[in-house]
Design a binder for this molecule. Structure first.
Ligand code: NI
Length: 194
């Protein structure tokens, strides 16, 4: 009987557990490797859902696919939980490329792969990007402010780069021990804001 089979083969926790994935941390070699463009879009909707769940569980506002071990040019963003950003829609960016940038701004950044370390980083204020959606449509769009910042941070991930790479040598010394602790234990013994 089908009903009985279902009871035997499915564990109760698989019915209730959210499909979240483990976030790779600083020190994992996958995060230093440049990703590949997406060519097969078939299984992306499920992966994208897992990425949103994983990001929301970690209270993040952006997540790159290689942070969960998929070396693909795929990023999800959702800033709608932040004050003043409630109207912002979630974004799925595939095969993204920056085709223009303008101005500069300084903003504090953090990262789910570099927990408990935050630092002010200077980046272009506005960017123009080219990307695809899940249906393989192409878009060209300009972003500024927080979204521009999150996108630039996530696109760095796709190129194997972390926000802490931008820090001055003096500030890098301040976080060296913490980065080693993240590589070994997944989190530093103490947090820091630079
Ligand atoms: Ni990050």
């Amino acid at each position: 009987m089908l009903g009985q089979q279902t009871i035997i083969t499915m564990k109760p926790q698989t019915l209730t557990a959210k499909p979240t994935l483990q976030i790779l941390k600083y020190g994992d070699p996958i995060l230093r490797k440049k990703v590949e463009d997406v060519s097969d879009f078939t299984n992306l909707p499920y992966l994208v859902e897992q990425m949103f769940n994983t990001m929301h569980e970690g209270s993040g506002i952006g997540l790159a696919a290689n942070q969960i071990g998929y070396s693909l040019n795929l990023v999800v963003l959702d800033t709608s939980n932040l004050e003043g950003e409630e109207d912002c829609k979630p974004y799925i960016l595939i095969n993204t490329e920056i085709i223009g940038s303008n101005g500069s701004s300084i903003m504090e950044e953090g990262c789910l792969s570099v927990p408990d370390i935050r630092a002010e980083i200077e980046r272009p204020e506005t960017i123009i990007i080219k990307f695809q959606d899940l249906e393989q449509n192409f878009y060209e769009e300009s972003f500024t402010g927080l979204l521009s910042r999150v996108i630039q941070h996530e696109l760095d991930h796709l190129n194997g780069k972390f926000f802490v790479d931008y820090l001055s040598p003096a500030k890098k010394i301040l976080i060296k021990k913490r980065l080693l602790e993240i590589s070994k234990n997944g989190s530093p013994s103490t947090g820091i804001i630079l």
